[in-house]
Ligand binder design. Structure first.
Ligand SMILES: [Fe+2]
Ligand SMILES: [Fe+2]
Length: 302
């Protein structure tokens, strides 16, 4: 039975499977956030630069999540395990909801005069280029690598709520929702890879190639996007260069969003790696309450 599967997980309680790894069935949640546009340049409690760092990450989601969805769809008919097939469908549904919400969020950036449309278009054309000029296994290989990043980032935000607490609450809630669902579905694409591409040395080589490529392309682009966004933001100009130090400290010092992910990033290169070996499924108990809060907040605002 697949690690992504469980027959009954309606109460959000993680169920431990054969290998002590939880078996989690993700669920598509049709939630709306629409955070306030007047805070788009300064919603993070650590100030305008940290805001633009998170905004820059958001710019990767519409095109990135489209890549993930298409990559999994390519293999969906070949998935032998019905539970995994169900999980793949739920994964596609979750990413489609994330994408929809991030498109609206990114639109707020464009309306505020930030270069969101240009940067978003760049990601679309880069991913189209990669799809056209790399071997056929690359979209799913890149997807499982990037899903490892989103699961690590999401897991970090959940392990260290102080990173987001005190920020504007609609932005905070939206990122927390995304973080939770990234953890919830973190093994789905990986399981699809193992069932459809395989677990042998060839499949291992191809998934490590995907991780090396994803790391080499994604993180330099995040830095470039962040710098471009910070340059365009009046609030960042007012905050001055110290804002960059705040971001550096948060990523590499304390709490060290990226620094602390290095061991878990390296774990991906183990031959027997599986995403649920890093078992943080206890966070998923928060999903139900968060969904209720999001629905209540959205209905009061609209
Ligand atoms: Fe997502
Ligand atoms: Fe994801």
């Amino acid at each position: 039975m697949s690690n992504a599967a469980t027959a009954d997980n309606t109460d959000q309680t993680p169920i431990t499977g054969p290998g002590e790894e939880p078996m989690v069935m993700p669920e598509r949640r049709d939630l709306h956030f629409l955070p306030p546009k007047e805070r788009i340049n300064d919603w993070h409690k650590l100030g305008p630069h940290m805001t633009q760092f998170m905004n820059a990450l958001s710019l990767f989601f519409p095109a990135g999540e489209r890549l993930f969805i298409d990559a999994v769809r390519e293999y969906r008919d070949q998935i032998p395990d019905p539970d995994l097939k169900k999980a793949a469908t739920a994964f596609i549904g979750q990413e489609a909801m994330h994408s929809r919400e991030h498109i609206e969020y990114n639109q707020l950036m464009a309306e505020a005069g930030l270069p969101a449309e240009k940067l978003d278009a760049f990601v679309w054309s880069l991913l189209d280029f990669l799809k056209d000029y790399t071997p056929g296994f690359m979209p799913l290989s890149a997807t499982i690598a990037l899903e490892h990043f989103t699961a690590l980032m999401g897991g970090f935000v959940l392990d260290h709520p102080e990173v987001m607490q005190g920020s504007q609450e609609d932005y905070q809630r939206m990122w927390e929702w995304h973080a939770l669902e990234e953890v919830e579905h973190k093994a789905v694409c990986f399981d699809v890879w193992e069932k459809c591409v395989g677990r042998g040395p060839g499949a291992y080589a191809r998934r490590t190639v995907g991780m090396v490529a994803a790391t080499a392309i994604f993180w330099p682009l995040v830095v470039a996007f962040y710098l471009r966004m910070a340059r365009a933001s009046e609030e960042c100009r007012q905050e001055g260069w110290r804002g960059h130090l705040t971001v550096l400290k948060t990523l590499f010092g304390k709490p060290g969003i990226l620094r602390r992910q290095i061991p878990e990033w390296l774990a991906y290169f183990q031959y027997s790696f599986h995403p649920w070996q890093q078992n943080n499924s206890h966070h998923l108990q928060k999903l139900e309450q968060l969904a209720e809060e999001a629905e209540a907040a959205y209905s009061t605002h609209h």
